[in-house]
Write a protein that binds this ligand. Sequence first.
Ligand SMILES: Nc1ncnc2c1ncn2[C@@H]1O[C@H](COP(=O)(O)OP(=O)(O)OP(=O)(O)O)[C@@H](O)[C@H]1O
Ligand SMILES: [Mg+2]
Length: 277
Amino acid sequence: MTNLEYANQIIQEFKEKIDHPQRFEQKKKLYTGVDLGTAYIVLAVVDEEGNPIAGAMRFAQVVKDGLVVDYIGAVDIVRELKAKIEDDLGVELLTAGVAYPPGTSKGDQKAISYVAEAAGFEVVTTLDEPTAANNVLKATNGAVVDIGGGTTGIAILKDGKVTYVADEPTGGTHFSLVISGARKLPFEEVEKLKLDQTKHSELLPAIKPVIQKVASIIKSHIQDRNVQKVYLVGGTSCFTNIDKIIETELGLAVIKPKNPLLVTPLGIALGAKKVYE
Ligand SMILES: Nc1ncnc2c1ncn2[C@@H]1O[C@H](COP(=O)(O)OP(=O)(O)OP(=O)(O)O)[C@@H](O)[C@H]1O
Ligand SMILES: [Mg+2]
């Protein structure tokens, strides 16, 4: 199995557990990944063998680029998602990992941990997001590009370690603003519209310049850094054919796993599990 096949398979299993929750009858330990994003809060649960067991997510604007802007709101949502999963599984979730965007200050990283702790988790690891994503991607060299809601994060890997990071303020929110202007639709409606893959081809002309902007941001960070491959993660990478456009702009191989939105949360859960290996 290639690394991409592994990533696609585990993401697919995770997606199925989100869509069709099942009770958990085994005596295995569970590890949760708590991903506090600008657009989504996602919880991912894996067992001690790294199998995806459950997940839940909610659109929320309580964190902005790794900065917790609504602490109480964030705690409430994490608690609610935790309770939902516990109810589905019939088991209590105890152990968690959290992640922060690269470049976040120590204080902001702590705030992210405090949210998970206040929601009832014991936080056993705090990872940077690309390192978490790479628990799923298992890339040794290349760039992990996280096109999220608020920002695009770029992390360059050498021999499996992050050696360079950058975060630039262009992301899915900008895609939404452009579509909102072109279609004369409220932002919230555009956020829903974007989730419908069948609408992507008709939205593409409006957002193509924004995708090209993202590509030029990526290019400015990876050039002269000996990058041969680019891995796309983050919700905005779900856009149909965004990988093809970026590939053309960069002239490099661009790899997009199935459902890039779920890579980082799942990788955080795997990171929490790793603490006990
Ligand atoms: N299927 C989809 N197609 C296109 N865009 C999508 C899809 N699903 C989610 N998005 C967009 O992805 C963005 C959210 O991605 P993600 O959850 O990775 O961001 P985040 O982690 O919350 O934000 P950030 O990383 O900037 O803090 C939103 O702008 C959302 O509209
Ligand atoms: Mg994110």
